[in-house]
Design a protein around this ligand. Sequence first.
Ligand code: SF4
Length: 309
Amino acid sequence: MNSALKKFIKEKAFQIGFDKIGFSKVSPVEEEIKKFYLSYLERNYHGEMKYLEKNVEVRFNPEKLFPEGKTIISLATNYFSHIPENSIFSRYVTKKDYHSVIRKKMEMLIESIKKEIPNLKAKIFVDEGKILEKYWAFKSGLGWIGKNTLLITEEFGSWVFLSEIIINLDVEPDLPGRDLCGECRECIEKCPVNALIDDKLLDARKCISYLTIEKRKILNSDEGKFLKKYVFGCDLCQNVCPWNKKAKIKQEEDLNFLGNFVDLSPERLRKMDEEEFKKIFSNTVISRVPFEVFKNNLNLLLKNLPHRG
Ligand code: SF4
């Protein structure tokens, strides 16, 4: 295995702005993980994320995504920044849409490697669902999957965006992460909608993030009661995690968003029309959700916050 190459890729990744990097060998995922994933689907905890039922064999074996692939490079980018305590948005949505920002950084990394190794072939993945990214981040030693089902790093907690590059080169794999949740159950106990179940399972149908981001459908008033204080995303299980409380903060300037929608009240946002919605949220992940869905979430939120409704 080429340790000089590994060192070179790591150095370049940190120069480009990634905060953690790890390597694993392309191989089928372990049987235990397959069983866990399939039982999750059987219990219907994925709700309407039907795409999770498709291409399961590909998700279980990254060789099918890129037959020449030898090594998975897992990358983490810290996105923590301070936001108002009563924010109705989760922290990550206050950033620029990370998909394009991180993709660009990965392309830069590939270009740097290509200068040294012209026959490099690579495939990029940023939150595409084709690859079990938290599993590979764990295998590559970036951290562990916590009881809140998120990847937790020792340095940056769970405030990280994950991404992967599969390359056609052999690089020495890293050791997997160590589970450091211990006896802690804060996230399970503090989730206001009981979406977290023991065994690192999340019932997405109750989860505020799923309802406001993934579902992309008009919610009914019963579902609206689950929103608590959020209109898009949720940070509650992350805010209580001791690893997040002591996480390092590294401002990633490329992700900084200059808009000020975080300071706008839900009452003010409710007055916006579609044109204003597009203007306010362009370049953010919120723009991926239909205007009617977002507006309905706002109405439900205000209805369930009687002092504001
Ligand atoms: Fe693990 Fe506690 Fe963090 Fe939950 S809150 S992910 S149990 S350390």
